[in-house]
Ligand binder design. Structure first.
Ligand code: OAD
Length: 237
């Protein structure tokens, strides 16, 4: 990969997936040890499952919050938050719902798929967020039941969030994708959208996948290691 400097770019998008959190101990979704091998998403991660058995679905998310709270952001998360502070032209767009970027100090993270730490009311639209508690509120102030504010299978992405993300992508000239399999849409289309906007594309992933060919440069390795080796240098400039 050629030497790059953030100062040479107007807008840098860092686009993260489950592989970003793997070194923190948060399981990915696909591949070995992936969540969807252990749990059937149809029974735990869709609106129909919630309507059929809300307790089962809430218990699953409760267990996930508990597990994620025991994990800590790794050096790569901290490098990104420091880069964000140093260079104001970096935006993080994540598919992750674990809140690791925020725990490492990143602000303004665009969470495409929602958050494990947020619950929302389908009745009045309010949402409640708590990044520290395993137990989220179950009922809204309006009396209606809350549901996890996560984009489950079959759900649409929040239109405002999608619009914000696409707006940033339109102006991005460097797109760094970290730890995503590129299988879940519309997020899977982001690298190509960035390319069509004229951005240079960098992939950081332990392994290649079907989307790897569209990247200009691929770094094979763990997110934390690559971020430290390549992007840690940016902090010293
Ligand atoms: P996946 O589990 O599909 O893919 C994880 C990717 O991370 C794979 O390409 C791995 O090769 C790579 N990987 C694993 N460990 C890594 C490491 N240490 N460093 C770098 N890369 C590593 O996760 P996503 O692509 O994020 O949706 O999945 C997209 C969406 O599917 C998720 O947001 C989730 C899921 O259903 C919701 O939860 C709403």
């Amino acid at each position: 990969m050629p030497e790059i400097s953030p100062a040479d770019y107007d807008r840098i998008v860092v686009f993260t997936g489950a592989g970003m959190s793997a070194e923190s101990g948060v399981p990915t979704y696909r591949g070995s040890g992936g969540i969807w091998h252990e749990y059937d998403w149809e029974a735990f991660a869709c609106q129909q499952a919630f309507e059929t058995n809300p307790h089962k679905v809430l218990a699953f998310h409760h267990v996930r919050r508990k597990a994620v709270l025991q994990c800590k952001p790794h050096a790569g998360h901290f490098i990104l938050s420091q880069l964000e502070n140093k260079y104001k032209n970096i935006n993080i767009i994540t598919q992750n719902i674990d809140g690791m970027h925020q725990r490492a100090g990143s602000g303004d993270v665009i969470e495409l798929h929602g958050s494990l730490w947020r619950a929302r009311c389908e009745q009045c639209g309010k949402s409640m967020e708590d990044y520290t508690g395993v137990q989220l509120e179950k009922s809204c102030v309006c009396g209606y039941d809350l549901r996890p504010a996560i984009v489950w299978f079959g759900d649409s992405l929040d239109e405002n969030i999608l619009e914000e993300a696409l707006g940033i992508m339109e102006n991005c000239d460097l797109f760094i994708s970290i730890g995503t399999s590129g299988q879940v849409w519309p997020a899977a289309g982001f690298p190509m959208a960035a390319k069509q906007s004229g951005a240079i594309l960098i992939e950081i992933n332990t392994e290649a996948n079907e989307t790897s060919h569209i990247y200009d440069h691929s770094c094979r390795g763990k997110a934390g290691d690559v971020l430290m080796q390549v992007f840690g240098l940016w902090l010293e400039r």
